[in-house]
Design a binder for this molecule. Structure first.
Ligand SMILES: Nc1ncnc2c1ncn2[C@@H]1O[C@H](COP(=O)(O)OP(=O)(O)OP(=O)(O)O)[C@@H](O)[C@H]1O
Ligand SMILES: [Mg+2]
Length: 288
């Protein structure tokens, strides 16, 4: 088969915003992703869970071409973008907002300038249009009027929300959030969660959220995947995930783990390793 960056997937799925197909990535001979298959449904919130260092950020970076896979494909809206050149990726990236793991604001620029900076790079607009757009984004994240402040004058939660405002300023089709609530107090975490849900509802954006926080995961997700040993061990709608008997789910949810009576009755909780669970994909791995 001839290689082409424009090749369509075998079965283009109009409900998918983004797909990762059999993605492999190693660093210095150490594999991080070892055949990741993931579908990100359009207009939904998909959450990626996994231990520290398991490769969640690496996965997100592949989605926007900041990292290139050793093999496998990245498909955005039915288009194979795996082998695009950097110049072509810039166009694809305009469809994405990216909330970095650290808020990653420019400390020497005001909040306004932090948000305006990428807009100036990518769009032609008058000064008034730019100001209107920036103010609108700050309002969306509950920070109307703070544009003149410097990042150092803001709390951690406010800085995170400026990061979100910057991501939505580009009016992206999809927003990738890398641990948007780490280091925030519970009230601020909840606010970020509500914001993710609100943006998904009001702007119909596709969202991918990486988090370590069970509350956030349950509050925002439509779909949950778990990255373990370089592959997705679990890939399930949140309602199935919530009651899953898979050890990784029980461990992650901890006190929030509350299987339904039905789910509890269908397996012996004393032997989690033996429970058969519809969300546990570990036995399917060799299929691809
Ligand atoms: N650019 C890079 N060069 C070399 N190694 C890298 C690079 N990026 C990531 N890695 C390695 O890949 C592995 C996965 O890193 P990644 O940042 O994706 O983890 P993570 O799941 O996001 O962890 P955390 O929850 O702590 O953020 C780590 O071992 C990391 O050191
Ligand atoms: Mg990370």
């Amino acid at each position: 088969m001839s290689e082409s960056t424009e090749r369509l997937p075998a079965i283009p799925d109009p409900n998918c915003f983004l797909e990762l197909e059999d993605l492999h990535k190693s660093f210095g001979g150490t594999p991080v992703l070892s055949g990741v298959n993931m579908r990100v449904p359009k207009g939904k919130v998909t959450t990626i869970l996994g231990g520290s260092g398991s490769g969640k950020s690496v996965m997100l970076k592949h989605m926007i071409g900041l990292l290139r896979p050793d093999s496998g494909r990245v498909i955005v809206e039915g288009r194979d973008v795996t082998k695009l050149r950097e110049r072509e990726w810039i166009e694809v990236r305009k469809r994405f907002g990216y909330v970095f793991q650290a808020a990653a604001l420019f400390d020497s620029l005001t909040v306004f300038e932090n948000i305006a900076y990428p807009l100036r790079e990518h769009f032609d607009q008058t000064k008034a249009e730019l100001a209107h757009r920036v103010e609108g984004c700050l309002e969306s994240v509950g920070l109307a009027g703070v544009g003149a402040k410097m990042p150092a004058e803001l709390s951690g939660g406010m800085r995170k929300r400026v990061g979100v405002a910057r991501a939505i300023a580009m009016r992206p089709q999809a927003i990738l959030y890398d641990e948007p609530t780490t280091g925030l107090d519970p009230a601020n975490s909840r606010r970020i969660g509500q914001l993710i849900r609100q943006l998904q509802k009001e702007l119909s954006v596709t969202s991918v959220v990486v988090t370590h926080e069970p509350e956030l995961c349950l509050a925002v997700s439509d779909h949950v995947v778990v990255l373990e040993r370089g592959q997705l061990s679990i890939d399930a709608p949140v309602d199935e995930f919530r009651v899953s008997n898979a050890p990784a789910v029980r461990e992650f949810l901890g006190a929030l783990y509350a299987p339904t009576a039905e789910a509890a009755a269908s397996s012996d909780p004393a032997e989690p390793g033996e429970a058969r669970d519809p969300t546990d994909r570990r036995e399917e791995r060799h299929g691809g």
